[in-house]
Design a protein around this ligand. Structure first.
Ligand SMILES: Nc1ncnc2c1ncn2[C@@H]1O[C@H](COP(=O)(O)OP(=O)(O)OP(=O)(O)O)[C@@H](O)[C@H]1O
Ligand SMILES: [Mg+2]
Length: 235
C-alpha cells in the first residue's frame, strides 16, 4: 500500500493531476476506467504516473513497463502486470487458465486464443481488486509487445464495473491504444514548468540551459521567462 503523501514538487500540472485523481476516485467507487498519458520524450509522463501511484492511497498497484528489446516477446508486458495476481489463477475457468499458462510460458501448447488470454487477465485483475481497488500502471507503452498491447486494450474497454484504474504512459499512441481516453502532456509547457522548477530550486544555470534548449523561450531571457511562469503556474 502507498502511504506517502502525493509529491509536492510536481510543478503545475494541476489539470493533469485532477484528471488522474478523478480516475482514481471513480475506480474507488467501482467505476473503472483507463487513461493514456501521452506526449514527447521527457515531457513528464512518468512523473505523472508516479503522482497517480502516490495519490492512489489504499489501492493495490500493479506495474508493467514496455521494453524496446522485448517488443518481439509476446505477452512479456502482460506477464509483468499480472504476476502479483497469479495467486488467483486457480479461480479462473479452465479454458482461460490454460490459455494464460501457455501465454506466460507455464505450460506447453499451441499459441493461445488472444480472447481467452484477455479474459483471463481481466479475471485475475478483477480478483485482485475484490477487496481493495487496483491501479495498473503501464509506462513506456510505445514499446509494448503487440500481444500485450492488444490484450491491455481489450481489458481497458471492460473496466466499467471494476474497481480498477488503468493508466498508460506513451510517447506515441500505439495502434492498439488508439481510441482510448487520452491525456496529452504538452511539451512547451513542460519546458516552462521544468525551467521554472529549476529556477525555484536556485539552479539558475540549469534553468538557463533549459530555457536556451527550447527555441520557444530562447528570446525571452530569464526575467521574462520567470514572469511568464509566474502567470501561468500556480504555487
Ligand atoms: N511538472 C514537473 N515538475 C517538476 N519536474 C518535472 C515535472 N515533470 C517532469 N519533471 C522532471 O522532468 C524530467 C523528465 O520527466 P519524465 O521522466 O516524467 O518524462 P517522460 O515523459 O516520462 O519521458 P520519457 O518519454 O523519456 O519516458 C524528470 O526529471 C522529472 O522529474
Ligand atoms: Mg517516462
Amino acid at each position: 500500500m502507498v502511504t506517502r503523501e502525493p509529491r509536492e514538487q510536481l510543478l503545475g500540472r494541476q489539470r493533469e493531476r485532477e484528471v488522474l485523481e478523478r480516475l482514481l476516485e471513480a475506480a474507488r467507487g467501482g467505476r473503472g476506467g483507463v487513461l493514456v498519458v501521452h506526449g514527447e520524450p521527457g515531457v513528464g509522463k512518468t512523473a505523472l504516473l508516479e503522482y497517480a501511484v502516490e495519490a492512489a492511497r489504499g489501492f493495490r498497484v500493479a506495474r508493467a513497463v514496455g521494453v524496446e528489446g522485448e517488443m518481439e516477446l509476446a505477452y512479456a508486458a502482460l506477464q509483468q502486470l499480472s504476476s502479483p495476481s497469479l495467486d488467483f489463477l486457480e479461480r479462473l475457468p479452465d479454458p482461460q487458465r490454460d490459455a494464460l499458462a501457455v501465454a506466460f510460458g507455464l505450460a506447453a501448447g499451441r499459441a493461445p486464443d488472444p480472447f481467452l488470454v484477455g479474459l483471463a487477465v481481466l479475471g485475475l485483475l478483477s480478483e485482485a481488486a475484490a477487496d481493495r481497488p487496483l491501479l495498473c500502471v503501464v509506462d513506456d507503452a510505445q514499446w509494448l509487445d503487440r500481444a500485450s498491447a492488444r490484450a491491455l486494450a481489450f481489458i481497458a474497454r471492460r473496466l466499467l464495473a471494476e474497481k480498477i484504474a488503468l493508466v498508460f504512459g506513451a510517447r506515441q499512441l500505439n495502434d492498439a491504444l488508439v481510441g482510448l481516453p487520452e491525456l496529452h502532456v504538452d511539451l512547451a509547457r513542460a519546458h516552462l514548468l521544468y525551467g521554472e522548477w529549476l529556477r525555484r530550486e536556485r539552479r539558475r544555470v540549469d534553468a538557463r540551459n533549459e530555457l536556451r534548449a527550447h527555441e520557444l523561450f530562447s528570446d525571452f531571457g530569464m526575467e521574462a521567462f520567470a514572469e511568464r511562469a509566474r502567470v501561468e503556474l500556480p504555487g
